[in-house]
Ligand binder design. Structure first.
Ligand code: CTP
Length: 417
């Protein structure tokens, strides 16, 4: 029997505290023992009962509760990681000053484990010289500071200050835990993709017509980036080939960027060198304008409109399969594609998907039905994962993170076959 890794999850008094409930679930699902230590102020946002129910442990904020357990030193001494999210400006100041005026700050002082803080606050507070100095102090002491994400804040304003998503914090914590010297008592099972390199393409390509216009598509990149995150959490090295994204790049990936389909093909080919698996989640334009106008196309006459001539873009996914067929030792062992389909007079979503699988010859095909309200830019997705012979491996309906986990499970299974 190997002992569980122990995490102290400190929760500061910010509205982003609600996101930490999802982070706690990820830690619990990964088999960790978690003690939640909220600040008193944070209980205004998420109550003690939530933390006790999700962690299965008693929750205290003060050193004067459960004194017989000597929590103020025991929690810190036993921890493998102390992670604080959201870290408010006030909490950062108390940590930087070395204060010990509640259970959380006591625990940090009494611990030799790595400490990770994820600040979240309004941009003005984050950029205030006092906060900047406190962050510098903490970093100089070896504390890992996860920079806040940029985006919508609590009010109408937006800017740097958002707490990163739970899956990103989880991936960052996993990396820090993995760097800990492995000791027999703290060994954890390696993830199903440990030692593997996985390439994921995500987002939509843009084919320029002139300096201001392009042909694009509605892909947000959320499903592809979720797969990159899930692969990181499963222990893989991840190369993300990003076309245009409406979502953040997961922390910890090796990033390659591309705008057009031709650039994406070159970036995917480069990323696939030495990789074990590739997932083509990007929405690649099938056509590009034959001509690019170096200056903005102008209206001519009263009602004339230009005629666009389009050229076919290469099929990147089929190209990867063809190359591997020509030289079986070359290219990733598992090649997975996506099929965004709508049913029509010629067949159902699955008819079209199986025809696509046969055409492309990939090892896995993730099929999702798209339409005006399905698939694009939404948080949820419903997919069927088809094996190379067209048989359904899995069906998943859930968040894009849940779909991503199913894709990663199918990838790991295919790599082990
Ligand atoms: N794909 C690709 N290169 C292209 C077009 C698509 O690699 N030029 C990949 C996508 O990343 C996806 C899969 O092929 O993994 C299927 O994409 P999809 O748009 O559903 O299919 P198409 O190949 O465009 O086929 P069709 O137009 O018949 O639907």
């Amino acid at each position: 029997m190997t002992a569980q890794q122990r995490i102290v999850l400190g929760v500061g008094g910010g509205i982003a505290a609600y996101k930490v409930a999802a982070l706690l679930r990820l830690f619990k699902e990964s088999g960790r023992h978690v003690d939640v230590v909220p600040t008193e102020a944070s209980l205004q946002f998420v109550g003690r009962a939530t933390w006790e129910a999700l962690s299965g442990r008693p929750v205290h904020t003060s050193v004067f509760e459960a004194v017989e357990d000597v929590n103020h030193v025991r929690l810190g001494q036993e921890a493998d990681l102390v992670l604080i999210a959201p870290a408010t400006a006030d909490l950062l100041a108390r940590l930087a000053a070395g204060m010990a005026n509640d259970l959380l700050t006591n625990t940090v002082l009494a611990s030799r484990a790595p400490v990770m803080v994820a600040p979240a606050m309004h941009t003005e507070m984050w950029e205030n010289p006092a906060t900047t100095a406190n962050i510098a102090t903490l970093r100089s002491r070896g504390v890992t500071v996860i920079d806040p994400a940029i985006g919508r804040l609590t009010g109408k304003d937006s800017g740097p200050g958002r707490l990163p998503e739970a899956a990103d914090l989880f991936a960052a914590a996993e990396r820090l835990l993995a760097q800990r010297a492995p000791s027999a008592s703290h060994a954890v099972a390696p993830g199903p993709l440990a030692g593997r390199t996985v390439v994921v393409s995500a987002g939509g390509t843009r084919e320029p017509l002139d300096p201001v216009r392009f042909l694009g598509n509605r892909s947000s990149g959320k499903q592809g980036t979720a797969i990159a995150r899930a692969a990181l959490a499963a222990g893989a090295q991840v190369r993300l080939v990003a076309a245009h994204l409406e979502t953040g790049v997961p922390d910890g990936v090796e990033l390659l960027t591309a705008s057009t389909a031709l650039q994406l093909r070159d970036a995917v080919d480069q990323a696939c060198e030495g990789a074990d698996a590739v997932v083509m989640a990007a929405a690649v334009a099938d056509f590009r304008p034959a001509d690019y106008a170096g200056s903005k196309i102008k209206k001519k006459g009263d009602d004339g409109a230009p005629t666009l001539t389009l050229l076919r873009n290469p099929d990147i996914l089929a190209g990867l399969v063809d190359r591997r067929r020509a030289d079986p030792g070359k290219g990733p062992a598992v090649i997975a594609g996506f099929a965004a389909e709508t049913g029509d007079d010629e067949g159902s979503v699955m008819d079209h998907a199986r025809a696509k699988l046969a055409r492309k010859g990939c090892d896995l095909l993730v099929v999702n039905e798209v339409g005006a309200t399905l698939g694009f830019g939404t948080e949820e997705n419903t997919v069927t994962i088809l094996a190379a012979d067209g048989s359904p491996e899995t069906e998943v309906a859930g968040t894009k993170d849940e779909v991503a986990e199913a894709v990663v499970t199918a990838l790991a299974a295919a790599l082990n076959r």
